[in-house]
Design a protein around this ligand. Sequence first.
Ligand SMILES: [Zn+2]
Length: 233
Amino acid sequence: MDFQVVPIVTAGCNAYLVKGRRVALVDTLVPRAFGRIVKVLNENGLSVGDVEYVLITHGHFDHVGNAARIKELSGAVVVAGAADVPVIEGSEPVPPMSDLSAVGRLLGKLPDSWTRWYQKSDPVPVDRKVRGGDSIDELGLEVVGLPGHTPGGVAFYDREGRRAFIGDLVSCLFGRCGMPTLSASRSLEEIRASQELLAGLGLDTAYPGHGRTIGPDASRVIGEFVRGRKSRA
Ligand SMILES: [Zn+2]
């Protein structure tokens, strides 16, 4: 399906405006970046009320941060991976920091209340709980399950356009592919498997949650990163 992708970039994190026959946001940044989303919408002749879909790649606060506010103002349909829904809707607490990295182990020693405070975002009801293999026909996007960083992480994949919104499975800080933040990730094996899946999708362009857009030939670039990691391991 024909649509334009406009990155909404902040120092820490990216969201994306999907502008075609329908208007969607992929991820919503942290709450204090709400003005940035409004600005990009306005620059594209839109307002928050025009947003019809909010697609959440995974249940972290820097991706969910403004979803509740945007849904309240626009009535947008919120879509997220089923396994992340309890955290996004606030029925389950934010998980403790992980022990996959030294930083996570250190932060994990702090009281749970700290993790919850730091990673807090307003809960938002999820209208469509999706899994890998599902599709969002109105937007011409397929759902690819990418567990590992969070259990219910997903990519939103435009097969025809060979492009996908990949959340945090691969970041692109300083122009190089990198791992997701391990202090807030669940499983290294699943991360690797999900990265290999992205490498096999034949993507030309990949839109990450952090850093620059990956492309052209994004799947090849991601594949080289995955193989480089393997050979170092
Ligand atoms: Zn994340």
